[in-house]
Write a protein that binds this ligand. Structure first.
Ligand code: NAP
Length: 287
């Protein structure tokens, strides 16, 4: 089965390397072509000039781009050339409605769409340990599995198209809460003049330990906010969560608070920093 990857950002590049290392990747496409050319050279695969060209030459198309409109633009392009029976797996974080729209566009060409967002951050993409939540035809997932397994530590079929993205929305709401909790708690620790690396180490081994504390705690307390997961992308995800939550009538307190905090940080020019930059709003000014 020939696979092609579209989108070589912070996540896509690690995913592509892992598929290539497993000898499962035929070629890549990226909007900024220099990135695709340099990776293709490194991995000895093809750099396609257009998504249409990639789609015409593979049996499985993997996508990881920024937002809803970007996914729909890519799907519109590949629908022009995709072969019947091709499986298109979108690993971007977008709304369930976008997933369903993409599936309809591809079904008209007898191609099969799976929404397969991931969690695990840039580290997970690099190390091939992502958790993947999938919506769509289970038989298509079975066929795509060998390729997806090169990038993931866990793959879970959640239900029909859109259920992968709905599950990812759950993850994003939880991530907002964890970010709020960890940044506020570490700002408190700093205000008590505690030894921060020891605080992070000991708490990581107890009941409040979590991935974000372990991986982002040591950098945030040094005012280092290199992405990671860009704050502007999490903001985009939380807007999706907000609209889905409003439709169902559940509480949105945490989502509202985090969106407002991120908007303040984005207005101050921090949108391209890691989400741990929320610490900027919590930390006591040492001046
Ligand atoms: P990123 O570093 O900003 O990369 C975005 C990629 O999408 C780039 O390759 C960009 O091309 C491409 N792109 C954007 N708009 C496009 C368009 N209209 N047409 C073609 N290509 C387009 O983002 P990322 O961190 O890799 O995230 C990608 C997706 O994964 C997002 O949906 C994000 O929410 C999700 N995600 C991210 C993380 C994380 O920790 N970063 C974790 C889980 C899920 P250029 O190179 O030309 O800009």
């Amino acid at each position: 089965m020939k696979a092609g990857m579209i989108g070589l950002g912070a996540m896509g590049i690690g995913m592509a390397r892992n598929m290539a290392n497993a000898r499962l990747l035929t070629g890549v496409y990226n909007r900024t072509t220099a990135k695709a050319q340099s990776l293709a050279k490194e991995l000895n695969i093809t750099a396609f000039d257009q998504p249409e060209e990639l789609a015409a030459n593979v049996d499985i198309v993997l996508i990881c781009v920024s937002a809803d409109l970007d996914v729909l633009a890519i799907v519109d392009s590949i629908a022009k050339t995709v072969k019947p029976g091709t499986i298109v797996v979108d690993m971007s974080t977008v709304s369930s409605d976008t997933a369903r729209q993409a599936a309809v566009m591809l079904a008209e060409k007898h191609a099969i769409f799976l929404d397969a967002p991931v969690s695990g951050g840039v580290e997970g993409a690099k190390n091939g340990t992502l958790a993947m939540m999938v919506g769509g035809d289970p038989n298509a997932l079975k066929k795509a599995r060998p390729v997806l397994e090169a990038m993931t530590g866990r793959i879970m079929h959640m239900g029909p198209i859109g259920f992968g993205q709905a599950t990812k929305a759950v993850n994003q709401i939880m991530g907002a809460g964890i970010n709020q909790a960890v940044t506020e708690a570490l700002a408190f620790a700093q205000s008590q003049n505690l030894p921060m690396d020891k605080v992070i180490e000991v708490i990581s081994g107890g009941a409040s330990g979590n991935w974000f504390l372990q991986h982002r705690g040591p950098t945030m307390v040094r005012d280092v906010f290199a992405p990671g997961f860009k704050l502007a992308l999490h903001h985009k995800d939380l807007k999706i969560c907000l609209s889905m939550a409003k439709q169902s009538g559940v509480s949105t307190t945490l989502i509202d608070m985090t969106i407002a905090d991120y908007e303040r940080l984005m207005a101050e020019g921090h949108g391209d920093e890691d989400i741990s930059a929320l610490y900027r709003l919590k930390a006591v000014d040492s001046d």
